[in-house]
Design a protein around this ligand. Structure first.
Ligand SMILES: [Zn+2]
Length: 131
């Protein structure tokens, strides 16, 4: 189904406990817990499981929610689904390459740009600063 597919045991062996919980179990990290939350340097945020570039630092903004937030993704590297885990539909986002869960997208982002708020778990991402 995805270009990169691994067994649950393989993912568990490769990822940290926190990464595994978010990416493979669709978990959510505690707000304000990610070291990436307050990073605004130029660079690229890649999938912590498969290194696919997902978000650019220049499109990151401070949403005040405690999770890294972006107003857009990098191309089609992110896919969408609807989940009803909280009893109502939310647009879930996952990596298009490995299927890893990233977070959700909402319509209360910056009005002056896309209006979208991609609310992403820092544990699903690795930040690669621009040289
Ligand atoms: Zn991935």
């Amino acid at each position: 189904m995805y270009p990169i597919t691994k067994s649950d045991a393989e993912w568990k062996a490769e990822l940290s406990d926190e990464q595994y919980y978010v990416l493979r179990k669709a978990g959510t990290e505690r707000p304000f817990s990610s070291p990436l939350n307050k990073i605004y340097e130029p660079g690229t945020y890649v999938c912590a499981a498969c290194n696919t570039p997902l978000f650019e630092g220049k499109y990151k903004f401070d949403s005040g929610t405690g999770w890294p937030s972006f107003d857009r993704t990098i191309g089609d590297n992110v896919e969408y689904d609807v989940d009803y885990n909280l009893g109502y539909g939310r647009n879930e986002e996952h990596c298009a390459t490995c299927g890893g869960h990233l977070g959700h997208v909402f319509d209360d982002g910056p009005r002056e740009t896309t209006g979208k708020r991609h609310c992403i778990n820092g544990d699903a991402l690795i930040f690669e600063p621009k040289e």
